[in-house]
Design a protein around this ligand. Structure first.
Ligand code: N01
Length: 543
């Protein structure tokens, strides 16, 4: 029997693998399944104690996906043929059940070392292998190294003085306790109103005694359009076509822009179109709108005004109206991620829910009893949720302890700006490929769509190298410089740089403000990957 095909325990001390994957979410599972079928000796390391990646750890109250199914699932027939969802936007519990179902078909877990943290990794050029150190002291060897860590692998907690003195219960959304946090009869607070904050607020507003929402920037939320699904709603014969349309739609989903600029339509026609997008729910009003919405400020203002009109009509209290949906845009519509709401505004209307705008009156301190704002007011609370987001997209890479072939640390190399080649590889890090990371369409793509595109491409590259006696493949520095320039040029032609978002790395103090995503769209991105494959790996050195 071929030794490489014999099962080796992923926890064993002398792992010498073809491929090591980090992360057991959508990407890691997809890779393991496809690579193992080809006979590669491949394992996954994951920090968590189960499958699901982001869905294993982000199980705060109300956590659910903002992309609808079946867009948000594997396009693997063995999986979709036998699985039905109960809701258009499943919650974390159902997503975790989905990953368990995947395991029952794909037999993933036997090749995953859980509770295993990578702390150092570098490529040994002489041996032609990655050496990967984990927190249990093991050193694993692998010819290829595939970080599949998602964009939210490192949380961001603002440096509030006194945070550690708070005597109540406190949790960051991505580090939520396994046991339920009891807020019954308690005074609660949420800091942050991004996608996470909106979801926690929607839930806690229903069950806590009182809730204080600390909002710095209003979330320009749009209606979700949640609905229950029966197996009858999930007609499997349509799935191949749906999975194809997500490859060519906007954002790795099935949307298309209105093929017109905003002012090509009369006011009346525009209103009609906006109404239609609003009623459709999902991300329609965000990514299905006029094609100049993110490039023309006046056009964008029309979308904002419509949004504000709709939302203000849902809010009963005049003061809350101006905090949640001001007449003047806090930033152009959609250049920060709009959350999909179910009953957010209805909940915020309640008299026991207070909204504190901390834009001009920031939080300056946390005391044992609660939170203090710049005006000196103390808000006494029992339970605090930090929905303050992530050192997104690049933060997870910095945690892996990566160094390049010359021993330089990635953390240092990216200090003044991120550099990758095609958002899939980094020069000086041979045989390392990643998915859903920096400088790819990441934040502007449905996860499973982009992940499958990138993983299929990476597998083709690995197969090519293995079939042609290639020791290693490494991106050229000049190719990487050009890619980074391209990312910036595309972004600078849009309105995205006008906001301090995590898309731009601007949510974390001290992090360079730069576009961290390829904004050219998923179809163009896959076209570029395909071109490189067909043109002798343009931009790479093969040794
Ligand atoms: O993080 P965020 P997130 N004082 O960075 C505020 C995905 N996701 O975890 O906007 C006061 O968006 C900050 O304020 P501001 C999704 O792609 C998906 O919510 O910087 N407030 C902001 O309101 C999403 O976009 C799903 O002014 C402070 C909030 O904290 C991404 O993950 C669900 C502050 C952080 O929002 C990240 O979402 C959840 C301070 N000092 C997440 N510092 C679904 O698919 C920060 N804030 C459903």
């Amino acid at each position: 029997e071929n030794v490489s095909k014999k099962h080796i325990d992923p926890y064993s001390t002398n792992l010498d693998l073809d491929i090591l994957i980090v992360g057991a979410g959508f990407s890691g599972i997809y890779f393991l399944y496809q690579l193992r079928k080809k006979g590669y000796n491949v394992k996954i390391f994951d920090l968590a104690n189960g499958l699901g990646g982001t869905w294993k750890v982000n199980h705060y109250p109300g956590a659910r996906v903002d992309s609808s199914v079946p867009i948000y699932e594997f396009s693997i027939p063995e999986i979709w043929k036998g699985w039905n969802w109960s809701q258009r936007y499943p919650d974390w519990k159902e997503l975790q059940a989905y990953f368990e179902y995947c395991d029952s078909i794909m037999d993933i877990k036997k090749d995953v070392a859980f509770n295993t943290k990578v702390i150092e990794a570098y490529f040994d050029k002489i041996e032609g292998k990655w050496l990967i150190k984990t927190d249990d002291g093991r050193i694993t060897k692998a010819k290829y190294f595939l970080p599949c860590i998602g964009f939210a692998a490192k949380e961001y907690v603002p440096d509030f003085p006194g945070l550690e003195t708070f005597k109540g219960e406190i949790h960051h959304s991505s580090n939520w306790p396994e046991s339920e946090v009891d807020v019954n009869g308690k005074k609660c607070a949420v800091i942050g109103t991004g996608s996470t904050g909106v979801q926690i607020i929607q839930e806690w507003a229903k069950i806590s005694k009182s809730l204080i929402v600390f909002q710095r920037t209003p979330n320009l939320c749009i209606p979700m359009g949640q609905k229950r699904l029966t197996p009858n709603d999930q007609k499997k014969e349509k799935y191949p076509e749906i999975f194809h349309s997500r490859l060519v739609g906007v954002g790795g989903m099935t949307f298309q822009h209105i093929p017109k600029n905003t002012f090509e339509d009369s006011e009346e026609e525009r209103e009609k179109n906006f109404e239609k997008l609003w009623a459709a729910g999902d991300f329609s009003f965000w990514v299905g709108g006029y094609k100049d919405c993110f490039t023309n400020l006046n056009a964008n203002k029309k979308a904002y005004d419509f949004w504000a009109k709709k939302i203000r009509a849902l809010i009963t209290d005049e003061k809350k109206k101006d905090i949640l949906a001001p007449l003047e845009p806090p930033h152009p519509f959609g250049v920060k991620r709009p959350s999909l709401f179910v009953d957010y505004y209805e909940q915020l209307n309640k008299s026991n829910i207070e909204i504190v705008s901390v834009k001009n009156n920031p939080i300056i301190e946390v005391k044992p009893e609660g939170i203090v704002t710049a005006d000196g007011k103390l808000y006494e609370i029992d339970v605090l949720a930090l929905a303050t987001g992530f050192d997104a997209i690049t933060g997870g890479f910095k945690k892996l302890g990566l160094s390049d072939i010359n021993g330089e640390k990635l953390i240092k190399q990216w200090e003044n700006g991120t550099k990758t080649y095609m958002g899939i590889s980094i020069s000086g890090y041979p045989n390392m490929f990643f998915t859903y990371g920096p400088q790819a369409p990441t934040a502007f793509s449905n996860g499973p769509t982009l992940i499958e595109i990138q993983a299929d491409w990476i597998i083709k590259v690995i197969d090519y190298c293995e079939n042609n006696g290639i020791k290693y493949i490494d991106a050229r520095e000049e190719a990487q410089t050009l890619w980074t320039k391209e990312i910036t040029a595309i972004a600078n032609a849009t309105l995205f740089p006008l906001a301090d978002s995590w898309y731009m790395g601007a949510n974390v103090p001290g992090k360079p403000k730069e576009m961290l995503n390829f904004l050219g769209g998923v179809p163009k991105y896959s076209g570029i990957l395909q071109y490189v494959l067909e043109n002798n790996f343009e931009g790479f050195n093969l040794v």
